[in-house]
Ligand binder design. Structure first.
Ligand code: TYM
Length: 336
């Protein structure tokens, strides 16, 4: 993407961790929107490998997952010619900005992050400083590019709020530098739930293999997981209180077919949950089929993937370095 011809377009920034294949939650809550936004906005997307090492990773696997994640983004419709798509660690501005912003972030506000609390409970033997300060790194990702909008799922809203607060605090302390970003959260599918416990979000780290759909799962696997999805005893496909399982399936079905909740209720009027679960499973599998095919094709051409992420990192660094240099001046560092 050229650096100059789209300056009036609003800027979009988002990221995803390369910790294994993406889930249907990642896809519906975030990535699917990323592709749709590319023509209207100036889009910048990163594979957040710096974030990934806040929990233990096997180095060889992280390397493999990072390249796969990049290819998956492309398979999901992110076009490196339209968007800046890069690997976070390839642009050193992210680590640099993390430090500058850390000095404008309060211990108290980081202690309130619900994801930190949840992850510390999950990994009690490794509550490292990176896990604690991770939202500052994320704030830097966003603020470096002067992003207007940040397309994310509901679970990242608190981190975005923190990024806004840190940006405002820095601007007050040192003078205007950062644009204050807004969250861009889909109306349907912002929190895709586990198929086995629909009060929890769908997450790749769920111990129950049937709880989570991965976007590279084959059709049989997807249909089987949906058949086993937990519902309720009412046997009526309608959106309502106390029907978390059905509400979740309706949100998923609606987001892959474009049908409204009214349409869905009419379509399954008088039909049982078995029919509905099968329809959702098939719709999801059919929707994801082109992604699987394109991913397989791309993975046969690793040289092309490397070419794309190298060019992406150069473009990202060019944009980010401008903000970084201004930030260094604002805080009082001597020009190099
Ligand atoms: P991550 O990698 O956990 O998730 C990537 C995106 O997927 C969304 N998401 C979901 N949406 C709906 N339902 C779900 N069950 C679900 N699970 C995940 C997330 O909200 C997210 O938008 N820290 C971020 C990555 C990041 C980032 C950034 C995001 C790094 N830098 C800058 C925005 C801006 C993360 O761990 O997302």
């Amino acid at each position: 993407m050229s650096d100059t011809n789209s300056t009036e377009k609003k800027i979009i920034l988002s990221g995803i961790q390369p910790t294994g294949t993406f889930t249907l939650g990642n896809y519906i809550g975030a990535i699917r929107n990323w592709g749709k936004l590319q023509d209207e906005y100036r889009c910048i997307y990163c594979i957040a490998d710096l974030h990934a090492i806040t929990v233990k990773q096997e180095p060889a696997k992280l390397r493999q997952h990072t390249v796969e994640a990049y290819a998956l983004l492309m398979a999901c419709g992110i076009d490196p010619k339209k968007s800046v798509a890069f690997i976070q660690s390839h642009n050193s501005c992210h680590a640099e900005m993390n430090w500058i912003l850390s000095c404008s972030t309060q211990f108290g506000e980081l202690s309130r992050m619900t994801q930190f609390k949840a992850k510390s409970e999950k990994h009690p033997d490794d509550i490292n400083a990176g896990l604690f300060t991770y939202p500052v790194l994320m704030a830097g990702d966003i603020l470096l590019y002067q992003a207007d909008l940040v397309p994310i799922g509901e679970d990242q809203r608190q981190h975005l709020e923190l990024a806004r607060n840190v940006a405002q605090r820095f601007n007050q302390k040192y003078g205007e530098l950062f644009k204050i970003p807004e969250a861009y959260i889909p109306e349907v599918g912002a929190r895709v739930k586990s198929l086995q416990d629909p009060t929890k979000k769908m997450s790749k780290s769920d111990e129950n293999a049937n709880a989570c759909i991965f976007i590279l799962d084959d059709k049989d696997t997807i249909v089987r997981k949906f058949k086993k999805a937990v519902t309720d005893s009412e046997s009526c496909v309608r959106f309502g209180e106390g029907k978390d399982g059905i509400n979740n399936l309706m949100a998923i079905y609606s987001s892959v077919t474009g049908k409204s909740y009214d349409d869905i209720e009419r379509e399954f009027d008088g039909r049982g949950y078995g029919d509905f679960k099968l329809a959702v499973g098939e719709a999801v599998a059919d929707h994801l089929e082109p992604v699987r095919t394109e991913f397989a094709r791309l993975m046969n051409d690793k040289a092309y993937i490397r070419e794309c992420y190298t060019a992406g990192a150069e473009a990202a660094e060019r944009i980010a370095r401008r903000t970084m240099t201004k930030a260094y001046r604002k805080v009082g560092f001597v020009d190099a």
